[in-house]
Write a protein of this length. Structure first.
Length: 390
C-alpha cells in the first residue's frame, strides 16, 4: 500500500487531539491557597506581629509578581527577596507602603536604584555597613536598612563583636538608619533541637541592647519553621517562604497548609514492551514480563529529579505506575500495566505534582527537599495562575 494511503487510513482512526495541543508540561499555581497559607502563618502569632513573605528565586520558582500581588491584596507589606534585580521587579509593581528587603545586601552596581526606590538592603558584612553609611552620609536622603546579625548559623551575618561596635558608634548608627534587625535559624525544622533556644537567647541579648538605642526598631527571627516554634520566636516580623507554597517546613509536622501547585504532563505514547526488552538510556530497566509503557512529556529539564527512577507514582485514579528506565531531559517512561487501558490515552494528562503526589511526597521519594522540588521546575514549563479552581 502506498505511504499516502496508509497515512490517510491512520488519520481516520486516531483522534486528532494532537493537532490542537502542545505537549508542554503545565504548572498551575493556586493563588487562593497561597493567601490561605499566608493567613494561616500570620494567625500563628499574636495580632501585633507582622507577617512578611519571602519571595526570593522568583518565589521559589512559582512567580514572584503574581504571588506578591495577591499577598499585597491580603495585607502583606513586607517582601523579602535575595537580589536587587528581584527587588526591582517587585518595586515596578508600585505596592504602596510596602517594604522590599534585599537579603543579599546592597550591591554597588544597584546602589543608586536601591536608594531611589527605597528598597531595604539587609546589611550582613562590614563592607555592606560601610557602603550604606557612606551613601546615607553623602546624601540629603537617609534611607533605611536592615541589619543581619549572627546568632549561630554562621552563614551570613555580622558577628556579635561587629554588631557591638556598630551599636557603640553613635555616628555610624545614625548614618545606617536601621529599621529591622534580623537573624536566621539553622535548625528550626527540628522543634527539639537545642540550637533553636541557643540562637533565640543570643538574639534576645541583641534585641535588649538595640531597643535602648532606637524606638520602633523591629526584630525578626522566624522563617516558616520558626513560625511553628511558638510565640517566643516571633518577635515583630515573620519571614516565611516555603510554607506559603504548601510545603511542610518541619520534619513530619502537620500544619494544615494547602497544596499550591499542580504539575501536569501529557502522555505521548503508550506501547507494549515485550519481556526481556530494555527501556531508556543505559538500558537500566529490563522488562521481566510483557508490560505497557506510557512515555510522558516531562523530564529533568522540567525539574523531575533523575533520582525518582524506580519509584512508584500514583497517576490515574490513584493507580500506581512505576517510573521505569532513566528519566531523560524531556521524557519519562511509566509502567502502566496495572492502570486500566481505557483510562489512558495519548495526549491525556498525568499528574506529576498535586493533591495525591504532593511536593513533600516527591521530595521524599527522590531524596531532595521540597525547596529543591519547587525551585527546579523548569523555565519552559507553562505557568498558569488560578484562584482555587485547579
Ligand atoms: C530563605 C529565607 C527565609 C525563608 O525561609 P523558609 O524556610 O523558606 O521559610 C527567611 N529568612 C532568610 C534570611 C532566608 O534566607
Amino acid at each position: 500500500m502506498p505511504n499516502a494511503v496508509r497515512i490517510n487510513m491512520l488519520s481516520r482512526t486516531t483522534n486528532n487531539r494532537c493537532d490542537k495541543l502542545d505537549a508542554l508540561p503545565e504548572l498551575t499555581v493556586n493563588l487562593a491557597a497561597v493567601v490561605d497559607n499566608w493567613l494561616h502563618l500570620k494567625n500563628q502569632a499574636r495580632g501585633t506581629v507582622l507577617c512578611g513573605a519571602v519571595l526570593k528565586a522568583d518565589a521559589y520558582g512559582l512567580g514572584a509578581v503574581p504571588i506578591a500581588k495577591v499577598l499585597f491584596d491580603a495585607g502583606c507589606r513586607n517582601f523579602f527577596v535575595a537580589y536587587p534585580e528581584e527587588a526591582l521587579e517587585l518595586a515596578d509593581q508600585d505596592f504602596p507602603e510596602t517594604q522590599i528587603f534585599i537579603l543579599m545586601g546592597p550591591d554597588g552596581r544597584y546602589l543608586q536604584k536601591i536608594r531611589e526606590k527605597g528598597l531595604i538592603p539587609v546589611l550582613s558584612t562590614i563592607e555592606h555597613v560601610e557602603l550604606w553609611a557612606k551613601a546615607n552620609a553623602s546624601s540629603s536622603l537617609t534611607r533605611a536598612c536592615a541589619l543581619q546579625v549572627e546568632t549561630g548559623m554562621h552563614r551570613l551575618g555580622l558577628s556579635v563583636q561587629s554588631w557591638e561596635q556598630i551599636l557603640n558608634d553613635h555616628v555610624l548608627w545614625s548614618h545606617l538608619n536601621p529599621a529591622v534587625v534580623l537573624s536566621h535559624l539553622a535548625s528550626a525544622d527540628d522543634a527539639n533541637s537545642p540550637q533553636n533556644r541557643r540562637q533565640k537567647k543570643v538574639f534576645i541579648g541583641i534585641v535588649r541592647k538595640a531597643q535602648a538605642l532606637k524606638k520602633n526598631l523591629m526584630f525578626s527571627l522566624a522563617n516558616s519553621a520558626g513560625v511553628f516554634l511558638g510565640d517566643s520566636f516571633h518577635f515583630d516580623l515573620l519571614r516565611p517562604g516555603i510554607a506559603l507554597f504548601g510545603v511542610d517546613p518541619t520534619q513530619g509536622g502537620t500544619h494544615s497548609l494547602r497544596q499550591v501547585v499542580t504539575l501536569k504532563a501529557r502522555i505521548l505514547q503508550i506501547e507494549t514492551v515485550q519481556k526481556g526488552e530494555s527501556i531508556g538510556y543505559g538500558a537500566s530497566f529490563c522488562a521481566r514480563e510483557d508490560c505497557r509503557i506510557a512515555t510522558v512529556a516531562i523530564g529533568y529539564a522540567d525539574g523531575l529529579p533523575r533520582s525518582l527512577e524506580g519509584s512508584a507514582y500514583s497517576i490515574m485514579l490513584g493507580r500506581a505506575a512505576r517510573i521505569v528506565g532513566r528519566i531523560s531531559m524531556d521524557m519519562t517512561t511509566f509502567d502502566v500495566s496495572k492502570v486500566p487501558a481505557r483510562t489512558l490515552a495519548t495526549m491525556s494528562h498525568v499528574e506529576i505534582l498535586g493533591s495525591i503526589n504532593t511536593v513533600d511526597k516527591l521530595a521524599r521519594n527522590s531524596g531532595i527537599t521540597g525547596y529543591e522540588v519547587l525551585t527546579r521546575i523548569g523555565q519552559r514549563v507553562r505557568r498558569n495562575y488560578k484562584r482555587d479552581i485547579v
